[in-house]
Ligand binder design. Sequence first.
Ligand code: AMP
Ligand code: GLY
Length: 425
Amino acid sequence: MNVLVIGNGGREHALCYGIKQSPNCSNLYCMPGSDSISEIASSIITDVDDHDAILQFCLENKIDLVVIGPELPLTQGLSNLLMNNAILVFGPDQMGAELEKSKKFTKDICKKLHIATAAYDVFDNYDDAFIFCQNQSYPLVIKADGLAAGKGVIICQTMEDAKDALIKCFKDNSFGDAGSVVVIEEFLVGEEVSLFSLVDKNGFVLPLTTAQDHKKILEGEKGLNTGGMGAYTPVPSISSNKMNELSKTFVEPIVQHLAEQGIKYQGMFYAGLILTDKGPNLLEINVRFGDPETQAIIPLLETDLLELLHASAIGTLNEIKKIKWKNDYAMTVVMAAHGYPEDYKKLTPINNLENLTLTTDDYLFHAGTMLKENKWLSNGGRVLNISNTGKDLKTIRETIHNIINQINWDEGYYRKDIGWRYIDE
Ligand code: AMP
Ligand code: GLY
């Protein structure tokens, strides 16, 4: 099979790595890819907003499957264009991608289907939202309805915070169109779990695994929200029976409901759940693989990744009896540039990457690097992902830290407490 992966981050590096392991993978391309991805796939430097150019490339290179990494091309309808031209795609169409693009869209479905989620109200103007916030108890959560690169959720401790959040959305236009509608919801307390399920074009749902991300920049879950500073999989407290039960409660009804509305959801269904003392609740849905969760999941996967992605696209996931894993657990730790998620330096030298001693359980995925005169430079906020698989999270984390200690990058920062919930310090 000739495969094209869309994207250029750590998630796509891991996806390319996984796909490349398949005996059924002939030619592997990544668009736009990166210098590090070029070591395993042909990077095709192009403007990924130019969907016609992507289609042309697929036709000329006889691409059998396109795997779309990030949410943006999905919400822009790249799948629709490719599928209309008889190209198989891993990822939902534009209507399916509304689950991630609009929090209101997802919350309204939850309400209709009686799926547990925080109580909420929706506003499209400052005045009504402000009056509503005056009569609420705090904390309260204010969310820009649309895509805001992970920054659109504001936890408000006081009415003053709520006012600031509403000013950001409605007056300062900080989130652009994404903030012209806000969802205001009840603050829930509990452990967060990400549930990853594959969905095929016939609506068959195959729960894949669970993971836990660490969104805050600082240890102890403090500081600003980031795209994710590290993750492990599976979540020790969620048995596979429990995972299947969660998928039946939170994933299957939504996929079925969409089908009844004429929306054939396919691809990855990433349900962000929070386990409250009254039971699990849905926080959000993403319509793609998680980043950095994927950099832990793929090293652990023994079943052929390409087979799974292809089965989603052609509608044969029901034939996959059991997903096999290489080891018990996996973790990935993100190395970010100092200052991220605010201002940080770019193009700083990262030394010694070529000389790391890596075993077959160790993985290095590049999230934001580039090569200049044969030297690796940082080229983004989240820069490297170091992953390891093993029998227990503590040893896995120690191994990852040992690898990080070999990396000579002055600007590098990482959280040392990834996995704290399940590691005795
Ligand atoms: P979301 O993008 O909706 O998942 O929100 C990002 C993060 O904000 C989540 O991972 C939670 O940590 C937090 N969050 C979102 N909604 C709530 C809520 N209703 N109660 C508590 N925390 C929330
Ligand atoms: N790691 C969070 C996300 O992919 O949205």
